[in-house]
Write a protein that binds this ligand. Structure first.
Ligand code: ARG
Length: 462
């Protein structure tokens, strides 16, 4: 069958051109958005008297039938239709006859694709937010169980100060909260109707864009048609937001990998979410977090690809822009499954509290507490206190001890001014609970953070 745009052509397209030019193989994913947009468009045309009511009805029914055909697998996709927009329109004309040819009045594929793709991206923003909420809830559940589970807090991957495992989980929960806010922000900024811009300059037909916007749930109508059909910022934003979230997922994954090694053994991933080695029978590998870490490569790539495609494009639509979709589809699918599996993997992991506690016994985690003690109780300036504590650490090392286990006699050998009560300050749990400033790691502060975050997740989007 000849193409919908073939009026001025005397020769048909070659098979090679069809293959190269077509986006149908991937943009058929947008069928739902395309049909929804077309029904709204036809409804608006009807309300404006551009189409008869009976014509709107026929078109709408035809489009609904097509949706059912696509969903049941009965729809025959033909690559020579080029893209999902023309595949649906061609089929509509086949079903409802000539009236189907009126649907494209006051519309171009340029604003049509801008609409469909934008609706897909907006919907994806919301789905990602839902999945992030589930993940935060899981992290909160784990945190609640572990506000008193001591673990070594690290900087430079070296023992630094004692913290609790719940506090560590909340650090990730807060990253994912920021991610939610970013997706939400993008959603709000981009919830603007592109349809009605036609090819690039608007249309002489007496359309009502506000009505279309209302029908499709957009907050507003785009301001400038030339900008609108050229704009893919909404796609860039979701790619950036996904890349950032996946960077958080990747950092978390890296810790899960480290923690499940024999050296740490802080957690054990459940068998359901671990894999074996084909040669080494003893192995249980953390493939899930490794893959999650690895997938940041492709989502970063997708962001850079689209930035590169768009850079230097003159206004308005250029066919280069057809390259905008696959990367977005890929990033969206990647983050969907990543968030789901990360959630399952952490829900089912076991937390080896004793191993974490044991790890706290080395590395002089409470050294800062001795320095703080010297400042607060012996009126020694912090720089000097730091120096004295350094001595205490090296003295403890010569004894083969951790600073937290030094006796008062041993401490007095380091500095006469140290009193009996210093021993208490060196205790690891005391050290953790001493960090009671807002946002700190003390058990009380951690519980406060849990309460606030829990209230936030519950109220978000409600
Ligand atoms: N398949 C095209 C895309 O994905 C749709 C828009 C085509 N517009 C055009 N004038 N060729 O970008």
């Amino acid at each position: 069958m000849s193409k919908l745009w073939s009026g001025r052509f005397s020769k048909g397209a070659t098979k090679l051109l069809d293959e190269f030019n077509a986006s149908l193989s991937f943009d058929k994913k947008l069928y739902h958005e395309d049909i929804k947009g077309s029904i709204a468009h036809a409804t608006m045309l009807g309300a404006q008297g551009i189409l008869e009511k009976s014509e709107v009805l026929k078109i709408t029914e035809g489009l609904k039938q097509i949706e059912t055909e696509i969903e049941s697998g009965a729809f025959v996709f033909d690559i020579s239709d080029e893209d999902i927009h023309m595949a649906i329109e061609t089929r509509l004309i086949a079903i409802v006859g000539d009236v189907g040819k009126k649907l494209h009045t006051a519309r171009s594929r340029n604003d049509q694709v801008a609409l469909d793709f934008r609706m897909f991206v907006l919907g994806s923003n919301l789905e990602i937010i839902d999945k992030l909420k589930v993940l935060i809830e899981t992290l909160i559940d784990i945190a609640k169980e572990n506000t008193n589970t001591l673990m070594p807090g690290m900087t430079h991957l070296q023992h630094a100060q004692p913290i609790n495992f719940g506090f560590h989980m909340l650090a990730y929960a807060n990253m994912f909260k920021r991610d939610i806010l970013r997706f939400e922000d993008s959603y709000k900024r981009n919830n603007i109707l592109p349809l009605g811009c036609a090819a690039l300059a608007g249309t002489p037909h007496h359309i009502d864009r506000e009505k279309t916007a209302k029908l499709l749930g957009f907050d507003a109508v785009s301001a400038n048609c030339l900008d609108t059909v050229s704009d893919r910022d909404f796609a860039l934003e979701i790619l950036f937001n996904i890349a950032t979230t996946m960077m958080h997922v990747s950092r978390f994954s890296e810790e899960l990998i480290l923690w499940s090694s024999y050296e740490f053994k802080f957690i054990t991933l459940s068998d359901e979410y671990s894999t074996g080695s084909s040669i080494m029978p003893q192995k249980k590998n953390p493939d899930v977090p490794e893959l999650l870490r690895g997938k940041t490569g492709r989502v970063n790539g997708n962001l850079i690809s689209l930035l590169t495609v768009l850079k230097g494009l003159p206004l308005a639509y250029n066919k280069d822009m057809q390259e905008d979709k696959e990367g977005v589809f890929d990033s969206v699918e990647t983050i969907f499954i990543s968030l789901e599996i990360l959630n399952e993997a952490i829900k089912t992991m076991s937390i080896n509290q004793n191993n974490m506690m044991q790890a706290c016994a080395t590395g002089h985690l409470s050294a800062t507490d001795l320095a703080d003690y010297l400042v607060a109780h012996c009126n020694i300036p912090f720089r000097e206190a730091h120096f004295i504590t350094g001595h205490a650490v090296s003295y403890a090392e010569t004894l083969g001890k951790d600073i937290s286990t030094l006796t008062i006699e041993e401490l007095k050998k380091v500095d006469e001014r140290i009193e009996e009560d210093a021993v208490k300050f060196l205790d690891l749990r005391h050290s953790m609970n001493a960090r009671n400033s807002q946002g700190g790691t003390s058990e009380a502060s951690t519980k406060e953070q849990i309460k606030e975050l829990e209230a936030w997740v519950k109220s978000f989007g409600a």
